[in-house]
Structures are given as C-alpha cells and as structure tokens.
Design a protein. Structure first.
Length: 92
C-alpha cells in the first residue's frame, strides 16, 4: 500500500520541520528520520494507528517530550495522511 499526504499534511509537516531546523538542524534530521520510519510502518501495517471518534486513525511518532501525531485514513489503495501535527497542538 502507498502513503499519500494531503496538501494540508504536507504543509503541516514542512512547518514542523522548518520550526525545528531553525532551532536545531541535527534534531530536525533525527525527527525526519523517525517520521519517515513511521510512514513506512503505516504503508506496511495501515491499521496500527488508534481509531478515533472522527473516523480516522492516529499514529504517534516518538520524538522529544511530546512527539508528533499522524492523522490518517486507510483507503482502498492507499494510506491517506490528512494532517500531521505536534503532540501539543490543538486537534482541530
């Protein structure tokens, strides 16, 4: 199964990595590696994330104190990432 990011998720991800890069390029590289690893896991095992009341799934990415959250849906041919956020961000 392939993984597809919405335009919003791409912006979310870029903003998170840009923010981290400004503070610590090394940490940004480590975070990117972990995020890509979880994307790979979702392609192989799309149902590993917890199902939410909103009808999508969430999979955490451990990084630092709060990590990140991947919000996605499993579709017929792909794993569609709708949002990507920092663990402390509002869930809207």
């Amino acid at each position: 199964m392939t993984l597809t990011l919405s335009a919003r998720a791409e912006r979310d991800l870029a903003e998170q990595i840009e923010w981290l890069t400004e503070r610590s390029p090394q940490a940004a590289r480590k975070a990117t590696t972990r995020i890509l690893h979880v994307f790979d896991l979702l392609e192989e095992n799309p149902f590993i994330g917890a199902e939410t009341e909103r009808g999508w799934r969430e999979k955490g990415v451990r990084f630092g104190r709060d990590g990140y959250v991947i919000c996605y849906v499993v579709r017929r041919r792909d794993v569609f990432v709708a949002r990507f956020r920092h663990g402390r961000q509002d869930r809207r």
